[in-house]
Design a binder for this molecule. Structure first.
Ligand code: F3S
Length: 639
């Protein structure tokens, strides 16, 4: 039987396991990326591994999340990142050079190679036929040290595109349509492969919008073929030598197949507070708009912003609307400046932000109380924008720009813009520093050591510290906003804010009880790959999370931190659990060593047993027994 595109890449990088659904496989990693929010911790972990230099072909550290420097903390972190990456042989993309996924797509992506990144939108580089996966920071550190990346062989899903996008529709509408059909949990344990006659009509940045937001489906990754359009893109980036063709075999087998006819697609919009709450723009109607934010790693490309500039040219932004634009990269911004489009954008009354994440992560531009914010971004989780009462909608750059002019939501159907991928891009890599592997590593006072767990105890008796519902995101567990981001390398400080938007007293309770358990519903830990959502609970003494199900990256992060990810065998047992119940787990080291998946949890308060399951691979069992991945690495080195 033939192979799909990702099966081909996995096959070429396979170190352990077989291409068999749900079996654990290990693959060699060619490239890694980090961003500043997760990167400081990743490099502290890399340092703990005592290697001389990174073993990957290309590793890049980006500073894009927190560009505000209102105190010494961020500046110190940036200095640490620059000096530690230089020491280990890692490229450093300076603040202002752009968002990691946009820059990586432009300057580093290679079809057929593997990439893991400590950011959940790493799959963006699937746009050129790369196997690009979002992972925890520790997995990225391990990959840089030459350790394979382990994950369960995903199911293969084929999204067959036919036809051509009609005027007013864009790549954003394609991924919103996929989200409408599959929902935020529809991609879990799956890789989405885009094929069909409609693919050749999509440029690489358009494909990047789709692979980027595939993260919202919970998918392992998304991938496009590497074809003539890919070749043109790499040539225009002056990297023709990186081109390799990639397509699925004709007899490749897919577990699920979906068809989308682009001719029939309408402008779509994701309503508050989930990227899968998708309706047509027409259905939502002419709601009043207070803020419009255009850019991010989803829609910050040259092509996207040229469309916006064309719409805004000679017009004025509605007086009641604040329009902010953050270009995806310095390359994009420079090209807009050179061809005059930037002047058109500014003349319309739009505000220009730095090439970085900015409002996407609540880093400035939080909307006013009760405001409606229209964003071209990828997430609209409750509170992520920094204003709890705001309602955030996700849409295409076309819908956003027309609406900014009108002051109300506008359906851009039938508006023809005709902007395509340029023949050549502006190449200037002066903001990407090549490492010379020399010099000292500079550490400011905000850089605290990462927390370490203890080896697994045979017996645990602890209280349920909190009971949360379904779809709890890593933003809920460990918020990341303008106030907290400067402390990303200071876990003791961050711990005070754990679960703050759900329960203000959680952190104090966890400290006074010296740790305990978390009870959760479905898809616990979805959203951003933020490792801090596991490291902070570890610091607070959390021993285990008992959930109906876990999001993939967060589950790995828990195991890496030595926290037990237990699943209810019967969902109805979730209903019986209460905060403050005392739970007792016996014989744990024996159960884990013997790979017994059934763990009986005794609820002391209610005098009843609850069945949970602990499905761990051999490697994961070792990590849980050792109390986390760093402990295991040290143990294996005899330290
Ligand atoms: Fe940055 Fe938002 Fe993307 S935080 S990496 S622009 S999802």
């Amino acid at each position: 039987m033939g192979l799909t595109m990702s099966q081909k890449i996995i096959h070429n990088h396979l170190v352990s396991g077989k291409l068999k659904k749900e079996e654990e496989i290990g693959i060699q990693i060619d490239q890694t990326l980090t961003q500043d929010s997760t990167g400081t911790m990743t490099y502290l972990q890399l340092e703990a591994m005592n290697i001389d230099e990174v073993k990957t072909k290309r590793s890049v550290a980006y500073v894009d999340h927190n560009l505000l420097q209102v105190g010494f903390e961020n500046a110190d972190d940036h200095k640490y990142l620059q000096t530690v990456t230089n020491r280990y042989g890692i490229y450093f993309s300076k603040p202002g050079n752009g968002i990691c996924h946009q820059v990586h797509l432009e300057r580093f992506s290679v079809p057929g190679q593997t990439l893991i990144g400590s950011d959940s939108h790493t799959p963006t580089c699937g746009a050129v036929g790369m196997l690009a996966i979002g992972a925890g920071g520790l997995d990225v550190a391990k990959a840089m040290a030459g350790v394979p990346y382990y994950f369960k062989m995903p199911k293969m899903v084929n999204i067959k595109l036919s036809g051509t996008l009609q005027p007013g529709c864009s790549a954003k509408d394609i991924i919103l349509e996929v989200l409408r059909r599959l929902t935020v949990k529809g991609g879990v344990g799956k890789i989405l492969e885009y094929t069909g006659s409609g693919v050749c009509n999509l440029s690489i940045p358009e494909r990047g919008t789709i692979t980027n937001m595939g993260a919202e489906l919970g998918a392992t990754t998304s991938i496009f073929p590497s074809d003539a359009t890919t070749k043109e893109f790499l040539k225009a980036q002056n990297r023709l030598e990186d081109y390799h063709e990639l397509s699925p075999d004709e007899d490749a087998h897919y577990d699920e197949v979906y068809e989308i006819n682009l001719d029939e697609l309408k402008p779509l919009i994701a309503c508050p507070h989930s990227p899968d709450a998708v309706r047509t723009v027409e259905e939502v109607g002419t709601i009043k708009v207070d803020q419009v934010a255009i850019g991010s790693c989803t829609n910050g490309s040259y092509q996207d912003l040229m469309k916006v500039a064309t719409i805004l040219k000679g017009k004025t932004v509605h007086p009641d609307v604040s329009l902010v634009i953050s270009p995806g990269s310095k390359q994009v911004l420079t090209m807009l400046a050179k061809n005059g489009a930037l002047a058109d954008i500014l003349a319309s009354g739009a505000r220009l932000l730095e090439s970085g994440c900015g409002p996407c992560i609540g880093m400035g531009q939080s909307p006013a109380t009760n405001a409606i914010s229209l964003r071209t971004f990828n997430r609209n989780f409750y509170g992520r924008c920094g204003t709890l009462s705001a309602n955030v909608y996700l849409c295409s750059p076309e819908t956003a720009a027309y609406s900014a002019l009108a002051g109300v939501l506008i359906n851009p159907m039938n508006e023809k813009l005709g902007i395509s991928q340029p023949d050549s891009f502006e190449i200037n890599d002066l903001s990407i520093i090549s490492p010379n592997k020399q010099g000292d590593i500079k550490r400011g006072p905000n850089i605290k050591p990462f927390p370490l767990n203890e080896p697994l105890s045979a017996y645990l008796t602890k209280k349920v510290l909190i009971k949360v519902g379904d779809h709890i995101t890593t933003d809920h567990i460990m918020p990341s906003n303008a106030k907290l981001l400067p402390y990303r390398s200071n876990i003791p400080y961050l711990s005070q804010y754990c679960f703050q938007t759900v329960d203000e007293t959680f952190a104090t309770r966890a400290m006074s009880e010296k740790g305990g358990f978390i009870i959760a519903g479905l898809n616990y830990g979805q959203g951003s790959s933020r490792e801090h959502a596991a490291l902070v609970p570890l610091y607070l003494g959390i021993k285990g999370v008992i959930a109906k199900s876990f999001a993939r990256i967060h589950r790995s992060n828990l195991i890496n931190s030595g926290i037990l990810p237990l699943e209810f065998v019967e969902d109805k047992d979730y209903d019986q659990m209460n905060q403050n119940d005392v739970l007792e787990l016996k014989d744990l080291t024996h159960l884990v060593t013997q790979a017994q998946p059934l763990v009986m949890v005794y609820n002391v308060t209610q005098n009843r047993y609850i069945k949970t399951r602990l499905l761990l691979s051999k490697r994961e069992r070792k990590m849980i027994l050792a109390g986390g991945a760093i402990n295991l690495i040290k143990q294996e080195r005899g330290e």
